[in-house]
Design a protein around this ligand. Structure first.
Ligand SMILES: [Zn+2]
Length: 143
């Protein structure tokens, strides 16, 4: 697992460091800064083991921020989940029922087109909401 992650890092032309406490592989900015016990420790382990305070780990999201980010992402992709279920329902059962098969096909085509249009028109709002939910974090020197 660790070797695989290291290989992926090399393919990108960047080595991904491994946390010495949890063996997790993260980009360099998710590691805490310092020597001695702070060497090669990710922000999460740094907070859990008391090497840094929660305020110092600005890129470690607290629970409210985490759930706000998750619901933003979910809201964006939820229509496609519903559409997949509805198309599956149509293909497996409703298609063979006359005339409901046709009604549902027309409705599904309209809904699919509307979702695709909404997906692209709401892209700017989505990225601004996500940017608002991303705390400012300055990458420490040497990282
Ligand atoms: Zn760790």
């Amino acid at each position: 697992m660790v070797e695989v992650a290291a290989d992926i890092g090399k393919e990108r032309g960047k080595k991904m460091p491994i946390c010495r406490l949890c063996s997790g592989t993260y980009p360099r900015e998710f590691f805490i800064h310092g020597n001695g016990p702070n060497t090669q420790v990710c922000s999460r382990c740094g907070v859990e083991h008391g090497y840094i305070s929660k305020d110092e780990a600005a890129n470690l999201y607290d629970d409210t921020l985490k759930s706000a980010r998750l619901s933003t992402v979910t809201r964006r992709y939820r229509p496609f989940l519903y559409l997949t279920v509805l198309w599956g329902l149509y293909i497996t059962t409703v298609r063979s029922i006359d005339p409901w098969g046709w009604y549902m096909l027309i409705m599904l085509v309209l809904l699919t087109l509307a979702s695709v249009v909404l997906f692209f028109t709401s892209a700017a709002k989505y990225s601004s909401t996500l940017a608002r939910l991303t705390p400012d974090y300055e990458r420490p020197k040497g990282h």
